[in-house]
Design a protein. Structure first.
Length: 199
């Protein structure tokens, strides 16, 4: 075990104090969905609304994190598991800092999402299923990746030749083919308000 000679230090300022100072209940909005489903767009819209209302937030976005922290990882099942493991641990640190955190990753495997939930306290993990039919994602194809995957230029593409486990009981179920971006964002912000995260 690599941690056998390290000791956990209790910090003087604790999570509840940080949260109280920020007048919010820290939580993690865990967006999951296919490529092109709208994770990034909706997460950004929610983050902007919360920021405007004076909340302390941070958004970890798939493509950006893969340019830095997870720049060594690809798209094999094994690399995706490690990608989500690191994101989950980083999110926990931001939660400790008292923030309302959003992550926008495909996060295709239910075990990894369950692992992320298990790292946090009860009520801190909010799974947001960005539920968009693959036909709609493919039609949008904002980065031209479906076209490449269909042409065999990208392998292990989620929904085509790599698996996606649909969430069975997400806290939030957002249907982007039936609501516009603003309505999707408001659905999430209203949930946070109703559940007392923004008190
Ligand atoms: N093979 C393959 N499958 C899926 N996606 C691919 C692939 N190759 C590159 N991309 C681009 O990488 C983004 C997904 O990265 P994630 O870190 O969210 O993926 S995962 O959670 O580890 O499965 C994804 O971003 P989004 O479109 O925003 O989801 C793609 O732009
Ligand atoms: N209701 C909606 N919610 C989110 N995105 C939408 C919606 N309607 C259309 N779109 C478009 O769908 C695309 C989604 O892309 P993106 O947010 O990058 O998806 P992802 O991060 O899941 O790959 C964007 O071009 C966005 O403008």
């Amino acid at each position: 075990m690599k941690t056998e000679n390290t000791v956990w230090h209790q910090q003087q300022v604790i999570k509840t104090q940080r949260a109280e100072q920020k007048k919010q209940r820290p939580c993690l909005l865990w967006y999951t969905g296919l490529s092109g489903s709208g994770k990034s767009t909706v997460a950004n819209a929610v983050d902007a609304l919360l920021f405007e209302r004076g909340h302390h937030t941070y958004l970890l976005d798939g493509d950006n994190v893969r340019h830095g922290l997870n720049g060594d990882l690809g798209f094999s099942d094994e690399d995706r598991v490690e990608n989500i493991r690191r994101i989950s641990e980083v999110s926990k640190l931001f939660i400790d800092a008292g923030l309302i955190v959003s992550t926008a990753f495909i996060s295709p495997f239910k075990e990894d999402r369950a692992q992320a939930r298990a790292l946090l306290a009860e009520g801190e993990f909010i799974e947001v299923f960005i539920d968009t039919p693959i036909e709609v994602c493919e039609q949008r194809d904002p980065k031209g990746l479906y076209k490449k995957a269909r042409a065999g230029e990208i392998k292990d593409f989620t929904g085509i030749d790599s698996a996606y486990d649909m969430p069975q009981a997400p806290e939030l179920h957002v249907k982007t083919a039936e609501q516009d971006i603003e309505q999707c964002a408001l659905q999430i912000v209203n949930y946070l308000a109703e559940q007392g995260y923004l008190a």
